[in-house]
Structures are given as structure tokens and as C-alpha cells.
Ligand binder design. Sequence first.
Ligand code: ZN
Length: 152
Amino acid sequence: MSATATPPAATPPFALHEAGHPDVWAEFEPISPHAPGRPVKFLKDALGLTAMECSVGELHAGSGLPFVHRHRRNEELYVIFSGHGDFQADGRSVPVGPGSCVRCAPEVRRSLRSVGDEPLRFLCVQAPAGGYGGGSTIDDGEIVDEPLVWRE
Ligand code: ZN
């Protein structure tokens, strides 16, 4: 597959999915029966994403993933929205909180826990390591000659 491959024809070019206010994320299904404190909503199928998996969810206050994991192909980005916790990467632990952005190469052994009395809410993006098309947003984006049509 080339870097310029187009999505399958059945994939709509635009999609909006309401994941729900973060206050209801605790009601998502657990990511695993082994991690009941880690509800998650995956977005790849809901949005028709073709180059990444994305999820939003939380770790309940004071809970953590009961395992360390790594990936075979995908790097991960974690963006913490709220709460506080510890991110473990290759045997060392760093504190994370609102605004923390963590990148893990596929081979990084990782885990995450919530500390304190509020849930740790975050976005996780997985994409093939080395799969980015290159350039920057400025290089890839282009201004289109079209009027703005904001709703009334
Ligand atoms: Zn992962």
C-alpha cells in the first residue's frame, strides 16, 4: 500500500460521532475483563477511520491497568484531559495530568494508573509507526476558495 492510498469507497469522507460528555465515559464497556476500571470507547469503526485507531475513556479514580503491554506495529499517543496519574514506560514511572501528551513507540512496555480522587480521562491514538505521510499541517493543507457556511 502506498502512502497516498485512498480509503475504501464505503468510507464516508466526513463523519461525526458523539462519544458523550466525559462525565458518562465511566459507563463505557471495560477495555478488558481484566481491567474493569478502564472503560473505553473505540472510534475507528464509529468514524470510519482508515489510518488510526482512536479511543476515549478513563481509568476510574485510584485504578490502573493491571498489566504492562506493548504493540507490534503501532505507536501510541496518550493525551490526558483530566485527573492525575502515573505513566509507566520501560520500567520507569512519570507523573501525568491535564495536558500531558505521551508518545510510545511500539516496543515501549507501558501502563497507566490513576492517582487521587478523580478519574483519569484521556484520548489514545494508535497509528502505524512510520506511517505518517510526512510534511507538516502547513505543507499538506491548502486554502480552498469556498464561502464559510456556519449554522445560524
Ligand atoms: Zn496500547
